[in-house]
Design a protein around this ligand. Structure first.
Ligand code: ATP
Ligand code: MG
Length: 311
């Protein structure tokens, strides 16, 4: 005999692990750095107000009759609610117009808004996607960490539990991973719809998720990296919310002593930069005093002279 794991346990694991949207982001960013990426690019794209999105998707999911006339009526209502000033709104409109069934329409509607985390790390091959990414509790990083601890490597590995990527489910119901390693001619894709795991009758192995090998051509075969997109978002987003999360969480991942130009995380909302307050500035806000000092070695020996400004 052995333990069996229900599909729902995966969702519970994700929910227990990730207490907030910021923690979810933090896990995805950690993975990008663990993959050796020097920078991480975060973009939140909102082409439809979240409330309008929820109302359309609920209506579509509540089993409308499958007739072309109905699809047309829904399509028109959805098109009316697209923010045409948002980036690639025209692309979304074209996609919505091409939807032929309710299912199609719902899928494309869910892609109106998304959270994207992109890195230029080492990426994953189709085999890595299958053998590492789809193994919950993968020991991959833990082993790498153990190997690294002896060799004095500068960039510490942050991952350990093999669970962090489950954090994506906190942000939205659908996860798309587009990834590639150096030397591959095409990208690999994995798509997961976490809602498949809500069925009480399924065991984890009953839910099939298979990566698509060689999904998309690469312009440069030497490029490597990963783009994670989360669709069917569970909560509304705004530049303010993103900026708050960025300041609270992302700034902890940055070195307060490096100049701004080397800040390793780029955050945008609909392609517009979102300000991340630097950790050093936040520290100054809470400091009881600031000090300036100079250390010199002169003829009389070392000298340390300075002034403390108390608040
Ligand atoms: N952006 C990425 N680029 C390359 N590989 C990735 C990326 N994200 C995840 N992986 C791979 O998937 C594995 C699982 O990631 P996950 O975050 O779930 O676990 P972990 O990083 O090993 O540990 P932890 O749960 O502590 O974060 C990683 O070990 C890594 O091999
Ligand atoms: Mg991780």
């Amino acid at each position: 005999m052995s333990f069996r794991v229900t599909a729902r346990t995966v969702l519970q694991l994700g929910a227990e692990l990730i207490s907030s949207d910021s923690v979810a982001f933090y896990e995805l960013i950690k993975n990008a750095f663990d993959a050796g990426s020097k920078r991480v690019f975060i973009d939140v794209r909102v082409r439809m107000d979240h409330r309008a999105y929820l109302s359309h998707s609920t209506a579509l999911r509540n089993g409308m009759p499958e007739s072309p006339v109905d699809v047309e009526a829904y399509r028109r209502r959805i098109l009316d609610d697209i923010d045409t000033s948002a980036p690639e709104a025209d692309r979304l409109i074209r996609r919505i117009k091409r939807a032929r069934t309710f299912q199609d329409l719902l899928r494309r509607l869910e892609e109106a808004n998304y959270v994207q985390v992109r890195d230029r790390g080492h990426g994953m091959s189709a085999k890595d996607l299958e053998e590492i990414y789809l193994t919950i509790g993968t020991p991959h990083r833990r082993r790498q960490r153990a190997r690294q601890s002896g060799n004095g490597s500068r960039q510490p590995i942050l991952g350990e539990k093999g669970l962090g990527r489950l954090s994506a489910m906190r942000l939205g119901w659908r996860l798309e991973v587009l990834t590639t390693v150096k030397g591959e001619k095409r990208e690999n894709r994995l798509h997961v719809d976490w809602r498949q795991f809500t069925d009480d009758n399924l065991m984890v192995e009953d839910v099939s998720v298979s990566p698509t090998k060689h999904y998309m051509d690469k312009t440069d075969p030497n490029r490597s990296g990963t783009r994670i997109r989360i669709y069917a978002l569970t909560s509304p987003w705004s530049p303010t919310k993103l900026s708050e999360i960025a300041t609270d969480e992302f700034s902890k991942l940055t070195d307060p002593f490096v100049p701004e130009s080397r800040y390793p995380i780029n955050v945008t909302y609909n392609d517009r930069p979102v300000r991340i307050r630097r950790f050093d500035n936040i520290l100054f806000d809470f400091a009881h005093a600031s000090a300036e000092a100079e250390y010199t070695i002169g003829e009389d020996g070392p000298r340390f002279v300075g002034t403390v400004h108390y608040r």
